[in-house]
Write a protein that binds this ligand. Structure first.
Ligand SMILES: [Zn+2]
Length: 402
């Protein structure tokens, strides 16, 4: 029992520190008193050299776990053994945690979801889980590094899909402006937090080979040399068109143009939702496309109208893939919806604090959000991935996510 008797106090600060230490000590002592004690006896019958093992007692290790909404301490007594012939040492595997880890995989996975999916700050997460912020971050950094090659597998998977989306938003790293990119489809979400909005990120994701399918993006030049069909987002174009009307609300020519084009763009975006059969879809899509082309190819005097017409005239190859198949959306709403999660995280954490944090966030968000997209519980999926990493098995990781 720890005495809480008041000590001789020199000043308020010393007193505060004293009570804080006592509280922490008492708190930890209580966790230890309540700790579950688990004996692990699993031991191979023979050494890898073929000789018999001599068992020599137990090794004790305590690990913090997360069970039913609270942190608990587990004390493991792990069987130890030594080969009589070659001297090789054995100890029962923990299974739930890395050797000499403070936290179980379950606790780490839960913390990762709280931070990288739900957007809680690491300060909040560590307080809630009774875990050290720096120890959690160190574990995240370590596993993110090990999982980096695995992200390349996700990228390959993304490249080969028929419908791809990409979007980006501002993201500060170490106080310097940067970008949060998202490359996503129905089963993969590759997050990339980078210093730049430059070509290099796009190149890394799309490579230099011709790709199948269609890539949906906002009209942004960064994607222009991707070797894939590109569909510009009609939601963005519609906003540009509608803004023209706001700016020149008394100009009859502008009103005439916007009142024709804006509803057509809306109809194009809504056509998939009508669930027509393919023939019906293609007929209606063709009609809408023809009317859009009519509007943008008509003669106009107002420079604002001409500017919008030029966007359509100069990018005709990037504007009508939606009309060829009901599978291709005319907007990029799918990516924008997914990227909103990042926007929420930005509001809470004000970007990444370090270069390492930026990389770790890229890897872990990609893994957790991909698991979620495939209907998996992201914490359970991540816990399984950690277990595979610890057992040295890196070949089947994709199957744990997709
Ligand atoms: Zn041996």
């Amino acid at each position: 029992m720890i005495s809480l008797a008041q000590p001789h106090i020199k000043d308020d600060f010393t007193a505060m520190m004293h009570w804080k230490r006592l509280y922490e000590y008492e708190h930890e002592a209580r966790l230890l008193l309540e700790a579950e004690k688990i004996v692990l006896d699993v031991m191979p019958e023979k050494c890898s050299c073929g000789s018999t093992l001599c068992l020599n007692g137990y090794e004790e290790s305590s690990v913090m776990d997360y069970i039913q909404g609270r942190t608990v301490v587990k004390i493991f007594y792990r069987r130890k053994g030594k080969c009589a012939a070659c001297g090789k040492r054995y100890v029962s595997p923990l299974g739930e945690a890395a050797p000499s880890a403070f936290y179980t995989n379950k606790l780490l996975a839960h913390a990762a979801v709280e931070h990288y999916i739900l957007g809680h700050s690491m300060g909040e997460v560590s307080a809630k889980l009774n875990a050290s912020e720096s120890a959690l971050f160190n574990a995240f950094h370590l596993y993110a590094e090990q999982l980096t090659p695995f992200i390349d597998e996700l990228i390959v998977h993304y490249r080969q899909s028929q419908i791809k989306h990409a979007d980006e938003t501002g993201w500060k790293c170490d106080g310097v402006n940067g970008y949060a990119w998202l490359f996503t489809n129905s089963s993969v979400a590759v997050h990339c937090f980078a210093h730049t909005r430059s070509q290099s990120v796009v190149d890394k994701i799309f490579g230099d080979k011709k790709l199948p399918g269609v890539l949906c993006v906002d009209s942004y030049a960064g994607y222009n040399h991707v070797k894939c069909k590109v569909q510009y987002c009609y939601a963005h174009l519609k906003r540009t068109v509608d803004d023209l009307k706001k700016e020149f609300q008394y100009d009859a020519e502008v009103l005439g143009f916007v009142n024709v084009l804006s509803p057509l763009l809306g109809q194009a975006m809504g056509l998939r939702g009508k669930k027509l059969d393919t023939a019906g879809f293609l007929a209606e899509a063709h009609a809408i496309k023809e009317r859009i082309l009519q509007a943008v190819n008509a003669e106009a005097n107002h420079p604002g109208i001409q500017k919008i017409q030029n966007i359509f005239r100069e990018n005709e190859l990037k504007l009508f893939h939606w009309a060829e198949s009901p599978d291709v959306p005319a907007d990029n709403n799918f990516a924008e919806r997914d990227l909103r999660k990042t926007v929420i995280a930005r509001k809470i954490s004000y970007g990444s604090q370090s270069e390492r944090g930026r990389k770790t966030r890229s890897v872990l968000m990609s893994i957790l959000h991909t698991a979620q997209k495939n209907g998996r519980d992201p914490a359970t999926a991540f816990e399984k991935i950690l277990r595979e990493l610890q057992s040295g098995n890196r070949s089947g990781l994709l199957n744990l996510l997709l």
